[in-house]
Design a protein around this ligand. Structure first.
Ligand SMILES: Nc1ncnc2c1ncn2[C@@H]1O[C@H](COP(=O)(O)OP(=O)(O)OP(=O)(O)O)[C@@H](O)[C@H]1O
Ligand SMILES: [Mg+2]
Length: 267
């Protein structure tokens, strides 16, 4: 596990991410439109919504790689994209890349050297690689060629890469897509362990609504707007439904009044 930091479950603690009037344009079209939300510290936050609703765009804005972002977006107390945040935020993209011809350990050693270069940092890098391998339960496969791993094992290698700098915030874009239910359950258990034991804040996207039930906090996105935010319990109670999926659909129905341009656009 990465070195532990004090875990924060105090709801009044400053959030890991705070957005106000967050807007992203692509061409003349806003693909994120005036969003206001927070991502609580030390919790697993799910970013849920259908394909094309803007999840990846929002995540890129948080990690500072998205262009044409306006509004305010504060990450770990600093403006998103500030160079000092680079080592404090781990990011796994939707199509993560690992080198198939290298072993798991060699992949991690490569990325560790990029993060923490220099000969004198070598012992620190070895320790970081060992910790990351252990965190994702891949120590037994450290010498396997990445190209010979299963899909779930490869996802865990990408996650291990993101853990190398012991980030305070982990941003994971659809990390469980295409995985079987057992692996998905294992990964969600790992996410919660990171939050609980290391105080890491996690922002995880998915378009699979049953994964929402596994999150501490949810942001429900649709066609670039925030439909709702809260705990799964909050959302179910607010909509008098018994699942987050049903809550999402109820919220869509409420929001999709005639003339709703977001609803029209999505058809
Ligand atoms: N390169 C681009 N140029 C212009 N528009 C784009 C580009 N990439 C994505 N978009 C648009 O931005 C919107 C949001 O896309 P985004 O990739 O953030 O959605 P997503 O929720 O991550 O979808 P998915 O679940 O399929 O990954 C979509 O309407 C998409 O058409
Ligand atoms: Mg996406």
């Amino acid at each position: 596990m990465p070195p532990s930091r004090p875990t924060t479950t105090d709801p009044s603690a400053p959030p890991a991410v705070r957005a106000t009037h967050l807007t992203v344009h692509r061409g003349h079209r806003p693909v994120l439109d005036d969003l206001a939300f927070t991502v609580p510290t030390g919790r697993v936050t799910g970013l849920l919504g259908p394909s094309g609703c803007g999840k990846s765009t929002l995540m890129r804005a948080v990690v500072g790689t998205q262009r044409a972002v306006t509004g305010e977006l504060t990450v770990l107390g600093a403006p998103a994209g500030t160079p000092a945040l680079r080592s404090r935020v781990g990011y796994v993209t939707q199509a993560p890349s690992v080198y198939d011809d290298l072993s798991v350990r060699q992949n991690l050693a490569h990325f560790a050297a990029v993060l923490d270069p220099g000969r004198r940092a070598a012992p620190r890098r070895t320790a970081a690689v060992d910790d990351a391998l252990e965190a994702v339960d891949l120590a037994a496969h450290a010498d396997a060629r990445a190209g010979a791993l299963s899909g779930g094992q490869r996802s865990r290698v990408s996650l291990a890469v993101a853990l190398l700098g012991s980030p305070e915030l982990l941003v994971l874009d659809e990390p469980t897509v295409g995985l079987d239910p057992v692996l998905r359950r294992e990964l969600w258990a790992l996410f919660h362990r990171l939050a609980r034991e290391s105080g890491t804040s996690l922002l995880i996207s998915s378009h699979v609504m049953d994964e929402a039930e596994r999150c501490d906090h949810l942001l429900l996105l649709r066609a670039g707007t925030l439909l709702a935010a809260g705990t799964p319990d909050d959302l179910r109670t607010r909509t008098a439904t018994d699942s987050v999926e049903a809550a999402f659909l109820a919220l869509v129905d409420t929001a999709a009044a005639p003339g709703d341009s977001a609803a029209q656009e999505n058809r």
